[in-house]
Design a protein around this ligand. Sequence first.
Ligand SMILES: Nc1ncnc2c1ncn2[C@@H]1O[C@H](COP(=O)(O)OP(=O)(O)OP(=O)(O)O)[C@@H](O)[C@H]1O
Length: 223
Amino acid sequence: MLRLVELCKGYLDGDEYHSVLQGAELQLKQGEQLALMGESGSGKSTLLNLIAGLDTVGSGEVWLGDVPIHAISERERTAIRRNNIGLVFQQFNLLPTLTTADNIRFCRQLKGLDDKPELWRQIISALDLMPLLHRYPEEMSGGQQQRAAIARALYMEPQILLADEPTGSLDERNAGAVIRLLVGLTKKLNCTLLLVTHSKQVAEYMSGCIRLQGGQLHVVPRR
Ligand SMILES: Nc1ncnc2c1ncn2[C@@H]1O[C@H](COP(=O)(O)OP(=O)(O)OP(=O)(O)O)[C@@H](O)[C@H]1O
């Protein structure tokens, strides 16, 4: 469902071109769960941004199902993102004027889907968000906002969920619980999961692991 072909991307730093992705290749099946690891600055966020269509490729191809993300207009990319891609990024991007409950409903409503009480209850209870539903983002800690952002992404039932260190603001106990929920619910929803993490422990929960190194993706073999 996700296919990257010879993906390249770089940035101009003054007069100098700095290459980040240099022919990254990947194939992910629907429902597969992959951890993406790599040193700081190796290009993990850059890669997620290209898959989400938030940035344009230097060269190469990004296919989401039969949609060529690399070749469509910004407007089409926005529509694809709204309907098919769940995002949990390092900036949680919760809307400051909405309560947690409304923030979590927001992406599902934007997609035009009705509420799904059973899924709602499952997500809210697993992420322990019940006591926070009436609060605004500024009234919540980083970890609480992160849990709300995860709930919002799951509740829209995306085809693929892209998560950039989704447990970065959580303590170990919460992080374990959140990862188990992410893995469990994405499996249940047959949603593909690509999750950036620096933690080997977190990566173990996924069905596979790849490392971004030297601008290319390498499969990390299981022990
Ligand atoms: N908009 C930009 N303009 C110029 N350089 C950029 C831009 N975005 C990213 N870079 C550079 O590209 C490289 C890869 O950055 P990226 O954020 O993708 O790395 P990362 O692997 O996600 O790092 P981290 O683990 O620290 O979050 C870095 O050297 C970064 O400085």
